[in-house]
Ligand binder design. Structure first.
Ligand SMILES: [Zn+2]
Length: 329
């Protein structure tokens, strides 16, 4: 669950202003006020008039971002963004099993197994899924408790810190993964270039970003805020839809891509697009239990239909999965 805005600052909060991280323009209009909060300090989202990127401006400065990720609550509360009712580490077995399925699909797309790197490897469950299928795996993770967990509990090779400081040889990997990472970064193009350098020519890069906040569905909801009372939706749905002020908790997502802005960014980092697919992340608690209330059953149906519409490009995606390739020459 996201935390509610409180009157106290948990640590010193400094901010900085920035231009669009995709097209470089400093020409944005207000998009969503008070989307996130650290204590009483709220953060607004703006939208680039040139390319359509949505971003947090002013954003926390790098020192403040560091303090946000040092917070132990990141993986127990902030990480799920109100979507799940269990904390990340409690979902270990389920997430490793899901990862194995995702790697099986990815192997079809990239033509086999090899060495894989995950940026933002969290507790290491996605990498562990790959290792169980015969991949050689390594990770990079900024959060000390998460990096420690993946090394000590799973015995994975995980570097704790920034990607630029990671001790990995250039072109060591066949596949690099950035799953729900780019939206957290202050220079996503540079991050992609660093990943590109670590992948062999002809190797692949899998990028997954949330895109609900930069979608027509969210914009419709924003327009409805004036007439739709929060209590009608209930606290859980409100948090899931990021409907209430400060519902998103800390401003972890300082960038919000859509399909178009993500493709533009990836191409500008010197990568070729292989495939782009939209989907909606399914709340696990709606899909793994059978004792659902009628409302939950209805909600599960809505997710199934939405997911199909997004995969067929009939609705704006809540999540974009992009597979890219480093050119051979
Ligand atoms: Zn822009």
């Amino acid at each position: 669950m996201a935390r509610s805005p409180s009157s106290e600052l948990p640590f010193e909060v400094l901010t900085t202003t920035w231009a669009c991280a995709v097209c470089g323009a400093d020409d944005a209009r207000p998009y969503r006020a008070a989307m996130y909060a650290i204590g009483p300090r709220t953060f607004d989202m703006v939208r680039c008039r040139r390319c359509g990127l949505v971003y947090c401006n002013p954003r926390p400065d790098s020192g403040t971002l560091g303090r946000m990720y040092d917070d132990e609550e990141y993986y127990t509360h902030g990480y799920n963004l109100g979507v799940e009712d269990q904390n990340y580490f409690e979902r270990k077995d389920e997430l490793i099993a899901e990862a194995e399925e995702e790697w099986a699909a990815l192997e079809q797309e990239v033509g086999g197994r090899g060495a894989a790197l995950e940026l933002g490897s969290a507790g290491g469950f996605f990498l562990e899924g790959a290792r169980r299928r015969g991949w050689q795996v390594a990770g990079v993770e900024l959060s000390p408790p998460a990096a420690r967990y993946s090394r000590e509990e799973l015995g994975l090779e995980v570097f704790e810190g920034w990607l630029a400081d990671a001790p990995y040889e250039p072109e060591r990997f066949d596949v690099a993964v950035a799953d729900n990472v780019l939206e957290h970064t202050t220079d996503p193009r540079q991050t992609l270039r660093e990943l590109r350098a670590l992948v062999r020519p002809g190797g692949h890069l899998l990028v997954i970003v949330p895109s609900y906040v930069n979608s027509g569905i969210f914009r419709l909801l924003l327009a409805a805020r004036a007439v739709l009372p929060r209590r009608l939706l209930g606290p859980q749905l409100c948090a899931m839809l990021k409907f209430g002020d400060g519902d998103g908790g800390y401003p972890y997502h300082i960038l919000e891509f859509d399909r178009r802005t993500l493709v533009r960014l990836v191409e500008s980092a010197g990568l070729e697009i292989v495939s782009v697919q939209g989907s909606v992340p399914r709340p696990a608690h709606l899909f793994k239990r059978e004792d659902l209330s009628p409302v939950e059953r209805l909600l599960r149906g809505v997710f199934v239909v939405l997911d199909a519409l997004m995969r067929w490009r009939l609705a704006p995606p809540a999540s974009v999965r992009l597979l890219a390739r480093r050119p051979r020459s």
